[in-house]
Ligand binder design. Sequence first.
Ligand SMILES: Cc1cc2nc3c(=O)[nH]c(=O)nc-3n(C[C@H](O)[C@H](O)[C@H](O)COP(=O)(O)OP(=O)(O)OC[C@H]3O[C@@H](n4cnc5c(N)ncnc54)[C@H](O)[C@@H]3O)c2cc1C
Length: 453
Amino acid sequence: MKKEYLNRREALKIMSVASGMLLSAHSVFADENNLLSRPASHKKARIVIAGGGTAGIIAAARARRSAPNAQIVLISPNELHLYQSGQLFVAAGLEKEQKYLRKSVDLLPENVTWLKEKVISFDPKHNTLKTEKSGEVFYDILIVALGGEYDYSAIEGLSADMIGKKEIASVYLNDTIKGTARGAKSTNAVFDKMLHSAKFAKKPLRVLFTEPNTPVKGAGTSLSLLFLYNSFLKKIFANKNVHFTFVTADTKLLSLKSFDEVLRKEVNKHKNIDIVYEHDIIAIDSDKKRAYFKNRDEKKEFEYDYIHIVPPLKAVKAIRESSLAILKGSQKGWMEVDEKTLRHKIYENVFGIGDIVGLGDKKSGAAAQHQGIILQDNIAAALEGDKLKYSYDGYTASPIVTSYGKVLLAEYNEKKPLATFILNPYESRRIWWYLQRYFMPWAYFNLLMRGMM
Ligand SMILES: Cc1cc2nc3c(=O)[nH]c(=O)nc-3n(C[C@H](O)[C@H](O)[C@H](O)COP(=O)(O)OP(=O)(O)OC[C@H]3O[C@@H](n4cnc5c(N)ncnc54)[C@H](O)[C@@H]3O)c2cc1C
């Protein structure tokens, strides 16, 4: 793809978005003195954070402020830290992976002890957890930020090592335990091959996108990838040689109806994109290039030339098999927390943040960002034995690329849009493209990871 340079007007726009965010978006930026309902606690407690991804580092930065005298211990094995949202731009061939990687040690707040290992089990009745090397670790307050685990093998005939081979792509494939990723680069290689073969194809290539019936991280990412590659094809061959079918287990493209409607209209603008709802992928035959789906009692199969798969997601084993997990229902296995305070429903000194909490489809860095602000306040309150006053409103965000250079900035909870900015949230805009591609990676590492956003 051609390198993109900003003209003066566009650069000014970005600067105004950035400064507008910094100065006026009060729901996004909060430090220890504003917005929070109470001052820090000066107790000398021991706060243990399990997990050092997006949510774990946010929690460490926020806890440092809630309790300046506390001893904070973070337990996580990943030497590297990946800004996962950036995988979309790597998969599209627009950015290099290096841009989105940092050493974990450089992101840890001061005076946080890092145990570079895995948590194996939790014993919340005795305020302890077990790790693979250090054994038993005691806590006064525990914050769980362990994220989810991809389960490619839940699809019969598929395993994670097949991604990037036989025309199978998955931008998601990353190793959160190590902090490394290969899904984005291999997806780019598979789709580059697709672009080249489209050039010579006698009949339209069939490109299948699938979404499972489990929660999805960064909702809308695979739709963004579809729209992006469709833009590239449009530029090169007026689209005539590729037909996309997006098969989702869900009844909607995005959980909030008003954004779902906007996206359906967006899809309808393209004759070469079909959506199939309520079909869950159950198996794949990579030699015959067929994918099998189920819809209630019915089965359906699709032939494809190229396929992109969003992996089924489940809670990490240490939580799934612990007494901190939800025991039944659609959120089974994910961590049980009160949806407002983020405190465990039984164990009052245990909190959750990020993808691990069983709060439906809010598996986004944006949700973790908002949850971090709540935690800062509620942990100080918990240490002082006070009532928890600050409430999470269910905020999440899905920035969806609707065409090359345009993004729909969908910010919402289960009931309504929750736009940070005064602009109409239902319009795709170039300014949000710049925000996602240029401003957010910087803001992620320099503000969010420091608890300043
Ligand atoms: C391709 C892609 C695009 C995305 N796009 C967006 C976007 O545009 N906007 C957005 O807001 N969000 C997006 N997301 C989602 C966002 O990246 C995640 O929601 C966010 O990273 C979740 O953070 P987390 O800390 O909960 O989980 P993770 O970041 O997955 O971190 C989990 C941590 O737990 C550690 N861990 C795991 N098991 C153990 C154990 N047993 N013991 C100790 N530590 C353990 C891991 O090493 C890791 O450090 C995207 C995600 C992907 C994959």
